[in-house]
Design a protein around this ligand. Structure first.
Ligand SMILES: N[C@@H](CCC(=O)N[C@@H](CS)C(=O)NCC(=O)O)C(=O)O
Length: 203
């Protein structure tokens, strides 16, 4: 049986969203997004840095949300929500899938640290402004890509779970300008998906 170690408002929502899209059964270990839970001995035994998400399958623990999404798509859904290697969209699928953690999440992490996590006297407005600029810039290629597509490779895929989640979070952080009409419409489409709504509501 699959077990997802989870906390709300985190990348673990990606995995709960994927399970809901695929209608797969799993056990949920819902923790608080708090050091008492994430840095506990029990959780550090699953992930040495005390991070989420962690997936457990057959006694094996897997971390990194992208690895978990790919693992589930290969192992439990026989390549569903993912184009085959000889599909012309395969390269773009990989590109957008990895653009998420590679380019979009680093500035977003900095924004979260300097708006929510650090005590107010340790937040740095210069670092924050630079990260907001970087995040906004990293989202610009998506406006062009989505001008003529509903989802990143046309059909909904694992890339939308990864990068789409980052787009939703970026808008919640106020980093998606109204002038980005295609990107905003994409985010609206993602947020209208029942599977997203179910995952986002887990506490
Ligand atoms: N690259 C990792 C990042 C994991 C990560 O940093 N998760 C955050 C939640 S979104 C976390 O566990 N933060 C707790 C902490 O920093 O103590 C992934 O994609 O899974």
């Amino acid at each position: 049986m699959l077990t997802l170690h989870f906390a709300p408002q985190s990348r673990a929502v990606r995995i709960a969203w994927l399970f809901a899209e695929l209608d797969l059964d799993y056990n949920l270990n819902a923790m608080r997004f708090h050091p008492e839970d994430l840095k506990s001995d029990a959780h550090r035994a699953r992930h040495p840095l005390g991070r989420i998400p962690v997936l457990e399958d057959d006694g094996q623990q897997i971390w990194e949300s992208g690895a978990i999404v790919d693992y589930i798509l290969e192992r439990h859904k026989n390549g569903g929500l993912k184009p085959a290697v000889d599909d012309p969209r395969f390269g773009k699928y990989l590109q957008w899938f990895h653009y998420c953690e590679g380019m979009v999440m680093p500035p977003m992490n900095t924004i979260v640290v300097h708006t929510l996590l650090l005590p107010p006297d340790r937040r740095d407005p210069t670092v924050l402004a630079q990260a907001q600029k970087l995040l906004s810039r990293s989202l610009l290629p998506l406006e062009e890509e989505l001008a003529d597509k509903e989802y990143l490779i046309g059909d909904f895929s694992g890339a939308d779970i990864m990068l789409g989640h980052s787009c939703i979070m970026s808008r919640r952080l106020g980093c998606v300008g109204e002038e980005l009409t295609a990107l905003n419409a994409y985010i609206d489409r993602l947020e209208a998906r029942p599977a997203w709504q179910a995952a986002d509501a887990i506490q």
